[in-house]
Design a protein around this ligand. Sequence first.
Ligand code: GLA
Length: 572
Amino acid sequence: MATEPVPIFTSVIDAHPIPAIATREAARFDALVSEFTQRFGHKPAYIARAPGRVNIIGEHIDYALFGVFPAAVEQDVLIACARRPDDLVLDGGERGHVHAQNLQPKYTPQTFAPMLRDAAITQNTEQSASSHVRLHQWHLDIDPRQLRWESYVKAGYYGVLERFFTPSGSAALESEPVNTDILVTGTIPAGSGLSSSAAMVVASTLAFLAVNDKLDIATPDAPTRRITKGELVSMAVENEKRVGVNSGGMDQAASVTALPSTALYISFYPVFHAEPVPLPIRRTARKAVWVCANSLVQSEKVLGAKTRYNLRVVETLVAARILARVLGLSALLASGDSKFTLREVLAAYVGSGEAKGAPAPALTPEQLSAGLERMLDEVERLRPARLAAREAGADAAQADAAGEELGLTYDEMVRFSGLDAAAFHATYLSWVEVEATRFQIYKRTKHVFSEALRVLRFRAADADALPESTLHDLGALMSASQASCSALFECSCPELDALTALALRSGAYGSRLTGAGWGGCTVSLVAEDEAEAFIARLVAGYPPYAGLGDEARREAVFATVPSNGAFVFKLG
Ligand code: GLA
């Protein structure tokens, strides 16, 4: 999948093969085209489209490089775009100016232009002498502390500028980015945990690639070829980091590589791999569907990043180092890669011979499951009392392993990492801002390994004829995931806990938060013939739905159908 070209369609039925959906989408495209034409005085050349995703299982483990199991949702972002005609350019000197508008009136029109600045970069050469090189770097003025809609548009633009328009050394630009008009619309509620941000960044990356004629790339040693889905995912992941969240690659990968009617098993180690998995829930004796329900608590990854998302990224990375020390994985600790993940600790522990970026050998799902089972025993050695006993040379196994875990202080965490304070800071904190009084190494690691195992068990339900009990098993895995997110990873919130509990009381096989958490949506597995009644029970039982009108309620609680991944639509 990753090596497949990014699709460019010229007919709606090719883009959306189900006729009813094609008709609906054609109407949306037409409306967007006429609105664009009215606002900008010329027609759009392309529509870039990227869907949101629902993560069925595998939360907060993508940045530890364990596989996840999302599907694209129908809700998406559309960006109509075109080169601004020369006669509309104001002072004639513009280069890559963007006039960005959004159909949502609350997102006000923005214009911005990238600046090419000199940056002195220190490079370590092979001879270990360091030298200064002058590089040009694009600057688009994104402030990660502010939630601004156009930041996501700029984030997509950055990658295109850097990849295709950055001169090396002092060379002049070979070509310049074009002046662009864009009009954005979308149906993914912001902060709903359905990845509106990744969809925005993917769509924006695609729009700027299209309008700058960079979807087909010329390489020195090969004929011109279309940019691949894997390349688009990497660009979008890097681009989104500029908005201030060090997210893993799940959302972008799901948005780009999704296929209708299937979920995706996405793995990141040793190489990025996305594999469509037919949905077991459509082959069970009693068919089931997924129902998303929005808690209506806005979950803004960007705003809470330093005490939530980015803190979790740092905790799991530090956990990998402490665990590697406890397990005596000296080769991993001595390797040049000073920041490594829990998945790499597992690889070293089971001696898989895997190496980041090298396609083979990779552990089979069975081997990976066996490794995770062993890790779930070893993780007990990360309990703070055990770590302290180990350091004091006492019998670590005797240390009290029960009771409430308070976590580690910053100083304890640094000590157990085996690094001095300066090296610790440089490795784990110099690139990110986090804030905490206690760091939860044990709890986070236990969540990551147990969640990774649940994903593999979920995915294994792929036999041909499945009894209804399979749905109960899958549901139990989802509910166990919720319990772990809530108690160990602490990424739930009272509303999500209440909504998942209500879902179970209302007949769901299983229910969990989806996405980063701290608000946003839940996803529940529900028998298809029960779905309508289930939705009615949720609507009646969750107090924040009480004041909503019909449309808002339909947007808040809905059965979801996996949709197609991102594409570019070329207008005639
Ligand atoms: C966000 C991130 C993803 C992933 C999830 C949690 O959606 O963007 O990369 O980490 O949170 O599973």
